[in-house]
Design a protein around this ligand. Structure first.
Ligand SMILES: NC(=O)c1ccc[n+]([C@@H]2O[C@H](COP(=O)([O-])OP(=O)(O)OC[C@H]3O[C@@H](n4cnc5c(N)ncnc54)[C@H](OP(=O)(O)O)[C@@H]3O)[C@@H](O)[C@H]2O)c1
Length: 342
């Protein structure tokens, strides 16, 4: 049995879903993969930090978080210093970084991942910021330290996008991509088709926990732009930041526009696209009226889709239905298994 020590930075929706997945898959990891894991540290923003070299009881950590309590009581030793000191002293072999995204700079997650990689830990994240702002640097650092930097969950949660090109499509050159990558706006546009005003649709998305209190990151296309940037930077090898993506959100679309499109057999969708042009990339996020012949037309609610055009295959689409923290957690879990199995 091979044993791995894990540390979590960020223990919100995704971090907790990942902890539940490790608990649920414990027997399968042991029997099928001969792998055991021990969580030696968990650090949060406002819910404290826990360190225990012998292993934190994840059930207790989840129960504490459920009750809104801090994690400090789980610590077997004093926790000193900031999050970077926590990572350095954790003794972990794998860091899961799931702190909130910073669209503009990728920080502080980049620093968290950098320190982990420098310490010889595998670094796995669902945070898009470090991928668009530091993909090349972190990948080089990982290679120099003989470890891995993985981020499957940053786009379309647990669906295999980055690993598809890394593992299953060797030698394929990505020419362009097109898709719906933001769940909140797709849900809002769908609600407006059923009669909601824009405001009501946003309120519904907030009520079910899909949209944040300040939904502008989704509505103004920033989340979609950062995902297009991540895909272009990694899969096309052409560094692209969200501010380089031509971006229009959905604020100006109202129920009348949605009804008019429906009368013409079309649906409004916030479409993301990127196209290789020589040694650069043209990327765009903008609402479009898609016809019923488009694979994007029937993508409902919070589901997403991406269609790839490569130099070797015909159009290749991946659709993910009903994503959430549990599917995001699976992407992190898959990254972990893929890394430790070499
Ligand atoms: N939710 C999804 O399904 C999903 C899907 C794909 C990608 N992601 C990405 O996954 C990451 C986590 O998402 P989430 O939904 O789990 O967010 P969340 O529920 O807000 O949790 C964020 C966690 O990070 C902690 N945190 C905040 N600031 C920190 C800092 N400076 N250093 C260390 N920890 C800090 C928070 O602690 P406190 O709460 O104690 O402050 C909390 O534990 C984000 O980058 C997000 O974009 C999420």
């Amino acid at each position: 049995m091979k044993s791995y020590k894990l540390a979590f930075v960020g223990f919100g929706n995704v971090g907790q879903a990942l902890a539940r997945l490790f608990l649920r898959k414990k027997a399968e990891l042991a029997q099928r993969y001969h792998i055991a894991v021990t969580t030696v540290g968990i650090a949060t923003g406002r819910h404290g930090t826990a360190v225990d070299p012998d292993g934190i009881d994840l059930e207790r950590a989840l129960a504490l978080m459920d009750g809104g309590a801090a994690l400090d009581d789980l610590s077997r030793q004093p926790v000193e210093g900031d999050i970077l000191a926590f990572i350095r002293s954790s003794g972990a072999e794998v860091l899961f970084e799931n702190s909130p995204v910073n669209y503009k700079t990728g920080q502080p997650a980049i620093d968290h991942l950098r320190v982990a990689l420098e310490r010889g830990m595998h670094a796995i994240t669902a945070n898009k910021g470090p991928v668009v702002h530091a993909y090349q640097e972190l990948s080089r650092l990982a290679a120099a330290n003989g470890v891995g930097f993985r981020f499957e969950s940053t786009v379309m949660d647990g669906a295999p996008i980055f690993s598809l090109f890394r593992e299953a499509l060797p030698g394929a050159r990505l020419l362009s991509l097109r898709g719906i990558l933001n769940s909140t706006t797709n849900l809002i546009l769908g609600r407006m088709e059923r009669g909601d005003t824009f405001k009501q649709a946003v309120a519904y998305a907030q009520q079910i926990g899909i949209a944040e209190t300040d939904p502008s990151g989704d509505i103004d296309g920033w989340d979609a732009a950062i995902k297009v940037s991540a895909l272009a930077s990694v899969l096309m090898g052409l560094p692209l930041t969200p501010d380089q993506v031509s971006r229009v959100g959905i604020r100006h679309i109202g129920p009348k526009d949605v009804t008019r499109a429906a009368e013409e057999g079309k649906r409004w969708k916030l479409v993301c696209s990127a196209r290789r042009v020589g040694e650069s990339v043209e990327a765009r996020v903008a609402p479009e009226q898609v016809p019923s012949t488009s694979p994007l037309y029937s993508v409902e609610g919070t589901s997403s889709i991406v269609e790839f055009e490569t130099d070797v295959l015909g159009p290749l689409s991946i659709v993910e239905a009903n994503p959430g923290p549990d599917t995001t957690a699976y992407g992190l879990f898959a990254d972990f298994l893929n890394l430790v199995q070499g």
